[in-house]
Design a protein around this ligand. Structure first.
Ligand SMILES: *[C@@H]1O[C@H](CO)[C@@H](O)[C@H](O)[C@H]1NC(C)=O
Ligand SMILES: *[C@@H]1O[C@H](CO)[C@@H](O)[C@H](O)[C@H]1NC(C)=O
Ligand SMILES: *[C@@H]1O[C@H](CO)[C@@H](O)[C@H](O)[C@H]1NC(C)=O
Length: 718
């Protein structure tokens, strides 16, 4: 789900990344890319915010009337009709796959690195880390992949799986994931996807709610499943991806009630005894994708085949000259729409997909054995997807490295960067000239080799990317960035900055919240998305579905995102708020918690902040995790004696210093008086995903924070 762009742009979730608290950050390698990439796996909820690229001189927003309701719409003016399929006949993912495999039969399709060696390395504090020595990519051609998929599809039925019951895939991103998925699609079987990093309760809930009878997982998950087997009521078969040739060696006591087989055993079963395929139809449910919410249990979003092919069709034209020559590095979670959409696009285009992981991406990644090569170096991808947090981290890493080197390197980098920036802002002629080549060779080439040196475009989604980071990556990597917006509910939304073919967005007034499409100078309101990519609703949850999905009299399906947006004069839509984060105070003023948090988190003393407003009062309060470093520096300068950091946080001088500082920031951000927290509480301990106070994407979890700090909040209002 979305978030006000402000909270990302001003990024408390980036700022408060506490390296020392996340063990995976230990190996903070050259240019920080390691750290950068790790974030990728920490982002389960993406994409969430739409921030369409600005286009000079092109106006895309137009006032419209939909269902008699005055609205404001954006859609591609050139095309009269929404795009539904990438090509004629590719009406479902199963059809698309079969046809693409025929067209591209001899091309490389799925690549996996062979494990040459493994070793355990101990860190100074005694913890052990696994290091891998990985070899070259080994490839399956489109033809090979098609054969394996067909065999698996047959084998699954031979194993006794009933077509009408669900299969779940619970695994990290890898080639077998896609093979299993397409195998199920070939027999019109709905697949449930669950993030590999999802907690135990969420896993059990998802499997139980969808009554999954066959679970596909990695062999490393078997032990975990054994421990929770008594709570998995409907499972009959477990199919595991073999690693280390570790099979069911008898140590898994409880699992004996299930049929446990490896993927290759299932494929053999199908090869011996083929079953005719039963391809699905366009409106059939392809996936039930569980998205982790910031509150409560995850919700399953029902995605049709039509939704996926529509998104695929829309993204293809966004990547110039996409085709068989392209090599895509896949490492983000496939259980997320963004990655699945990207891989579907590569499949449709006949491109090669090489699998990697966030922990092995670059030569300095934490799981890569010293002296051996990371995924990007070996694969030399031309295309890569990323989330803004990754790109921001790459940027920070490069900046840090440059700062450390200092002297000539720093000066040279700055001159090069500024020259390139001026060129980009001025004319494209200058940008592609001789000077660019020179700077590329002297300065940027080294940075580019981090990701293999061949990247020609990056796709970015999940949250709006700051203009700074976009420019930085653009210049340093020499590749444009296509930004995408979408939600699981709109199957990634299919809006890669230049393209909104499958969906139309419009705003509807939200009078209560004080946002109207008649607002001047920019129309504002809740963003509503319509089109072929709008999914079928929430699994077994008709109430929630009816609340946020509507069908108009022309049969067009709309999804009410809950995001508040405004249209810029050039048609660029910007997310400015989130409906549920708006509270009406006692005297009737509305306060947008997200907006206030985003503004105040730019204060240098603040690492993390949650603003809270009790509707029975006329002021708001805030819980703040202060920046220890900045605060201790201030205390030293101000001559304030304190025992330890918690003690410093409790001192009245400290509280008043932070409050003054907040007021200044609030004023410069034009917050109104009621939006400035009247009272604050400073909390010394950082909020981490492990503590359950922020999501894995480091967004604050309001409900959990409210519960945990109930007493503190009460005191602030007493
Ligand atoms: C599983 O689902 C059933 C309904 O299908 C429900 O009665 C039961 O409580 C659920 N069990 C768990 C462990 O969630
Ligand atoms: C088997 O299940 C029981 C009860 O669910 C659990 O206590 C036990 O630890 C499990 N055994 C193993 C080997 O995980
Ligand atoms: C696919 O399966 C669904 C649900 O099991 C069923 O309603 C539909 O008719 C099937 N489609 C085809 C083309 O057989």
């Amino acid at each position: 789900m979305g978030d006000p762009s402000g909270s990302f742009l001003n990024s408390p979730w980036i700022k408060n990344l506490n390296f020392s608290n996340l063990s995976i950050w230990k190996d903070y390698g050259e240019y920080g890319v390691v750290a950068a990439i790790v974030i990728g796996i920490l982002i389960p909820v993406l994409p969430s915010v739409w921030f369409m690229g600005k286009k000079r001189g092109k106006v895309r927003g137009v006032p419209v009337e939909v269902s008699g309701e005055a609205g404001y719409a954006v859609r591609n003016a050139k095309k009269k009709q929404l795009v539904e399929v990438p090509w004629k006949g590719a009406t479902t993912m199963a059809h698309l796959f079969e046809q693409s495999c025929k067209k591209n039969s001899k091309n490389q399709f799925l690549g996996t690195r062979k494990i040459i060696g493994k070793e355990l390395v101990s860190s100074t504090d005694g913890r052990q880390f696994e290091k891998l020595h990985l070899g070259d990519y080994e490839w399956l051609s489109y033809e090979d992949a098609f054969a394996r998929v067909s065999n698996f599809a047959s084998g699954l039925l031979k194993l006794g799986h009933n077509r009408d019951s669900h299969v779940a895939i619970f695994s990290d991103t890898r080639a077998e994931w896609l093979i299993a998925l397409q195998g199920c699609f070939r027999q019109n079987i709905t697949v449930v996807t669950i993030y590999a990093s999802l907690g135990e309760d969420a896993l059990i809930h998802s499997l139980n709610e969808t009554q999954v009878s066959t679970l596909i997982c990695e062999s490393k998950q078997l032990t975990k499943l054994d421990a929770i087997s008594s709570r998995l009521t409907f499972i009959q078969n477990i199919i595991y991806f073999e690693d280390d040739n570790k099979a069911n060696d008898g140590s898994l006591g409880n699992l004996s009630k299930w049929t446990i087989v490896s993927l290759s055993e299932v494929e053999k079963l199908g090869e011996k005894d083929p079953v005719n395929p039963s391809l699905p139809s366009k409106d059939g449910i392809a996936l039930v994708m569980y998205t982790s919410g910031s509150t409560g249990l995850p919700k399953g979003v029902m995605i049709t085949h039509g939704n996926i092919v529509a998104t695929t069709a829309a993204v293809i034209p966004v990547i110039p000259n996409l085709g068989r020559k392209d090599v895509y590095l896949a490492y983000l979670p496939l259980a997320h729409v963004f990655e699945l959409a990207a891989e579907s696009v590569m499949l449709a285009a006949g491109a090669a997909i090489g699998y990697g992981s966030p922990l092995t991406l670059t030569d300095t990644s934490s799981k890569i054995k010293k002296g051996t090569k990371g995924d990007a170096t070996v694969l030399k991808p031309t295309l890569l997807t990323a989330v803004p947090a990754i790109l921001d981290r790459i940027r920070d890493g490069v900046v840090k490295k440059v700062e450390e080197k200092g002297g000539l390197v720093k000066n040279l980098f700055q001159v090069a960067y500024n020259r390139r920036l001026a060129a980009i802002k001025g004319s494209w002629l200058g940008a592609w000239g001789l000077e660019k080549m020179m700077w590329d060779i002297i300065v940027f080439k080294k940075i580019r080799t981090l990701l293999g040196g061949q990247i020609r475009m990056m796709l970015c989604g999940g949250a709006p990317l700051s203009a700074d980071s976009q420019q930085f990556i653009n210049i340093c990597m020499g590749a444009p960035i296509g930004q995408g917006y979408g939600l699981t509910e709109t199957f990634a939304g299919a809006t890669f900055s230049e393209c909104d073919d499958t969906s139309v967005g419009r705003l509807v007034s939200w009078e209560q919240g004080g946002y109207k499409t008649s607002d001047k100078p920019m129309p504002r309101g809740e963003i509503v998305v319509g089109g072929f990519s709008v999914t079928a609703g929430y699994f077994k949850n008709p109430e929630k579905t009816d609340e946020v999905y509507k069908v108009d009299e022309k049969g067009m399906r709309w999804f009410y995102t809950g995001d508040i947006g405004r249209f810029h004069p050039d048609g660029c839509l910007e997310i400015i708020d989130r409906k549920k984060d708006i509270v009406k105070l006692q005297h009737g003023e509305y306060i947008s918690l997200g907006k206030v948090e985003a503004a105040l988190s730019t204060c240098s003393l603040v690492d993390n902040i949650m603003v809270y407003a009790d509707p029975f009062h006329n002021y708001c309060v805030a819980l703040i995790v202060p920046s220890q470093q900045t605060l201790e520096k201030w205390a030293q300068e101000a001559g304030i004696a304190y025992k330890d950091f918690p003690d410093l946080c409790d001192k009245s001088e400290t509280i008043s210093e932070v409050q003054q500082s907040l007021s200044k920031v609030a004023k410069s951000n034009k917050l109104s008086k009621t939006e400035i927290p009247a009272k604050i509480k400073l909390l010394p301990d950082p909020w981490t995903p492990e503590s359950g106070l922020v999501t894995a994407a480091l967004k604050i979890k309001r409900e959990q924070l409210k519960a945990k700090f109930k007493d503190e909040l009460e005191k602030l209002y007493s």
